[in-house]
Design a protein around this ligand. Structure first.
Ligand SMILES: *[C@@H]1O[C@H](CO)[C@@H](O)[C@H](O)[C@H]1NC(C)=O
Ligand SMILES: *[C@@H]1O[C@H](CO)[C@@H](O)[C@H](O)[C@H]1NC(C)=O
Ligand SMILES: *[C@@H]1O[C@H](CO)[C@@H](O)[C@H](O)[C@H]1NC(C)=O
Ligand SMILES: *[C@@H]1O[C@H](CO)[C@@H](O)[C@H](O)[C@H]1NC(C)=O
Ligand SMILES: *[C@@H]1O[C@H](CO)[C@@H](O)[C@H](O)[C@H]1NC(C)=O
Ligand SMILES: *[C@@H]1O[C@H](CO)[C@@H](O)[C@H](O)[C@H]1NC(C)=O
Length: 558
């Protein structure tokens, strides 16, 4: 069929194209290309401890974290004037924001200063000055404290208000409670009860105010984040008999009731006072249970520090990058990477539809992100749709050549005539396709319904998105990632159906333990994953996941 349709459409251009193709194929097969990373570094991606306990595998660590050294625990923040050789402190989220605004001066664009953008649809993008975000952090933090708020639940889509509230909580000694967005009324009430929130920050239309007031009498304060269109409405009008005990205000009023000059200075850096915990909820994939997880600031900064060093130095997030969280900020992996971007002066764009829909084109509209975090569901859908369109002989050949470049040569395919041949088949990501360079995606450890992305699927996606992909394993008690694949790992082993999560990151170590019918032997390390380290709540956790250590010391689920 395919051949006959090809013959039917044959003309002089086809002859030219095919001749070129044959030449290029010959060239790409005969020419030697240096791989982007030495194959030895991919053949042994982590290292096990020299001894193992009975019923346990050796303890595995990333190559960047020798067993003789402590795991990566924080940002190593040095006070100004401290000696270059002094040991910095681990720091907390306040240091992330202080770093972002350091060096940012008024007026002309200072190099090394990130921007924060809000994407409102395809046409409209609003830029927020970092000083304005600092003002929001101060005024909202002061307001909540003055009203006696101690535990603030954030029920918002990805937005600048979301991240500003998180920082406000750290600066003003308030526990931030990050609620997953778009949940049923019953789950919202259950999460408020579990966490004991006294204040909620949310937007009208999505938060079931009346039923929360009825079923959750501990609520004392509610702050609406209203969008431009509904600013004129008076949200202070609380229905009589309903919210009598709840003080209602709006984000905009809190900012506008203060003079422009108020709240421009962050509270002074007092390193003695520990910043409060951050509460998150892990939604188990059968979608019925929200498990509450209380991260310390130490858990979060250690996860941030591990991500800072997880990719090669010259590929790190920089002021030239535009980072877009295309997954909900209520998941710790997305949140940690967003904080990494802010810490490294990258620009960050927030789009409220990101995470709500599994459409990557929609989530990246309006801007041209260079780095995104997304979900396995989204990538799986993108893969199925794009793969389905690669049907013609020429596009299949082009795909084969690009796969060969990745898998055999270990290099990302260059945008050659062939690689760009029928790019119209590929998803359009961002306003200027071709800018995207890195995609992060995390598989949830208990994700029964979350699709596992195979090595072959990831290889295809590298071609479709023209970006590198880092595939991570995430778990409820772990801030950020338990383990994740290497930046330059494009290998596809065997039939490509398998998948792995690379070695542990530098803030975690992993071992496998006997479980059920799986027994650890000298020949085969297969068992329940136990993860330890400063990024783990309580320092150690057993994940409900059976995995094995492959020959290349990467973690692979059974
Ligand atoms: C971010 O900006 C600060 C202050 O300008 C600078 O010291 C730092 O090196 C920058 N970091 C990166 C990763 O560019
Ligand atoms: C911070 O809040 C906690 C609990 O609300 C309280 O115990 C602690 O004393 C507060 N710390 C400071 C420095 O106010
Ligand atoms: C509401 O705000 C007023 C004025 O700030 C305050 O006096 C009152 O105690 C608050 N009520 C609650 C339930 O927090
Ligand atoms: C979902 O998972 C929880 C805990 O793993 C379990 O208790 C519950 O029965 C499950 N619900 C469904 C509908 O499978
Ligand atoms: C290239 O893509 C366009 C748009 O999807 C399609 O109409 C055309 O048939 C494709 N050409 C080949 C040779 O696959
Ligand atoms: C180890 O055992 C598991 C489960 O029985 C199996 O899937 C895996 O292939 C084995 N690995 C090796 C290296 O034999």
């Amino acid at each position: 069929m395919r051949l006959s349709s090809l013959v039917g459409q044959w003309n002089v251009y086809s002859t030219g194209i095919v001749t070129l193709l044959v030449l290029l194929v010959t060239y790409s097969i005969t020419s030697r290309v240096e791989p982007e990373i030495h194959p030895m570094l991919l053949a042994r991606q982590g290292h096990g401890s020299p001894v193992r306990q009975e019923g346990e595998s050796p303890i595995y660590r990333s190559n960047a974290a020798p067993h003789s050294m402590p795991l990566n625990s924080g940002l190593s923040v040095k006070e100004p004037g401290a000696s270059k050789w002094s040991q910095g402190r681990d720091g907390d989220l306040r240091d992330v924001w202080r770093k972002a605004i350091s060096g940012s001066s008024e007026g002309d664009g200072v190099k090394g200063k990130g921007r924060i953008l809000t994407v409102l649809g395809r046409e409209k993008v609003i830029e927020h000055k970092l000083e304005d975000v600092t003002r929001q952090i101060n005024l909202v933090g002061q307001y909540i404290s003055s009203q006696g708020g101690k535990k603030v639940a954030i029920y918002l889509p990805n937005s600048v208000e979301y991240i500003a509230t998180l920082f406000a909580c750290s600066f003003y000694n308030i526990t931030a409670i990050l609620l997953p967005y778009d949940r049923s009324d019953a789950s919202i009430i259950s999460m408020l009860q579990q966490s004991g929130a006294d204040t909620v920050i949310t937007c009208p239309g999505t938060f079931p105010f009346d039923s929360v007031v009825k079923s959750y009498p501990a609520l004392r304060q509610l702050i609406w984040v209203v969008d431009e269109g509904s600013k004129h409405l008076d949200w202070n009008e609380v229905p009589k008999g309903m919210g009598g005990k709840v003080n209602v205000s709006t984000w905009q009023d809190i900012l506008n009731d203060q003079p422009q000059t108020a709240g421009t200075e962050l509270p002074s850096a007092d390193t003695q006072v520990a910043a409060p915990d951050v509460v998150m909820f892990w939604v188990s994939k059968n979608d019925s249970v929200e498990e509450m997880v209380r991260f310390t600031q130490g858990n979060l900064v250690s996860a941030i520090s591990a991500q800072l060093v997880a990719i090669p130095t010259k590929e790190r997030f920089s002021p030239a990058d535009l980072f877009l969280p295309a997954a909900p900020l209520s998941s710790s992996y997305t949140l940690v990477l967003t904080l990494v971007a802010i810490y490294n002066n990258a620009s960050v764009a927030f789009n409220s539809v990101a995470g709500a829909s599994p459409d990557l084109t929609l989530a990246t509209q309006g801007v041209s992100p260079t780095i995104i975090v997304t979900t396995p569901e989204t990538l799986s859908k993108t893969h199925a749709e794009t793969k389905g369109m690669i049907t013609s002989a020429l596009s299949s050949l082009s795909h084969w050549i690009q796969t060969r470049s990745l898998v055999q040569n270990g290099v990302m395919p260059v945008a050659s005539f062939l690689a760009s041949y029928n790019d119209s088949l590929y998803p359009r990501l961002g306003t200027e396709p071709g800018k995207l360079r890195l995609v992060y995606v995390a598989h949830p450890a208990d994700g029964n319904n979350s699709p596992l992305l195979s090595e072959l699927t990831l290889s295809d996606l590298r071609i479709f998105t023209r970006a590198r992909i880092i595939y991570a394993l995430s778990a409820a008690p772990c801030a950020g990632a338990v383990a994740q694949t290497q930046f330059h790992d494009y290998r596809v082993s065997g039939n490509g159906k398998g998948s792995h999560f690379g070695p542990p990151v530098s803030s975690t170590e992993i071992l496998l333990r006997d479980t059920g019918s799986y027994k650890i032997t000298d020949e085969n390390y297969t068992g329940a994953v136990v993860v330890r380290g400063p990024a783990i709540v309580g320092g150690e956790a057993t994940l409900g996941l059976v995995a094995t250590i492959r020959d290349d010391n990467t973690i692979s689920v059974i």
